[in-house]
Design a protein around this ligand. Structure first.
Ligand code: FES
Length: 121
């Protein structure tokens, strides 16, 4: 398996535990990044139901809650609960913290596609 290429996208100090940080300019597009006890998690900053910014929502336990219709997306799986009918999972991405910076993991090779975690169906 290839080693991912890491791209710095934000300073770790810019995000306190329990808050959501919007990072607009990343190779994966705008991301909503959350910091929890177990580390950092990144979700696409676009609700798959009707395109609201998840970064304008709030955290409830292990989920980011959409500000528009309140679907709650698990930060690890991307799966929604309490969601409007037929709302799919949101895309989630691999983030690592090193030396005070947050890095988005990209797949090695010429495509440089973001390393997404597979959302559950
Ligand atoms: S826009 Fe997010 S749940 Fe509807």
């Amino acid at each position: 398996m290839d080693t991912p290429h890491l791209v710095p996208i934000a300073r770790a100090a810019d995000i306190a535990e329990g808050m959501i940080l919007r990072v607009a300019d990343t190779p994966a597009g705008p991301l909503a990044i959350v910091r929890m006890e177990d580390g950092y998690h990144a979700l696409r900053d676009r609700c798959p139901h009707a395109a609201a910014r998840l970064s304008e929502g709030f955290i409830d336990g292990r989920a980011v809650v959409c500000p528009t219709h309140f679907a709650a997306f698990d930060v690890v799986t991307g799966v929604a609960r309490d969601a409007p009918k037929s709302c799919p999972a949101v895309a989630i991405f691999v983030i690592t913290e090193q030396s005070g910076w947050l890095y988005l993991a990209l797949q090695a090779g010429h495509s440089d596609a973001p390393c997404s975690k597979e959302p559950a169906p």
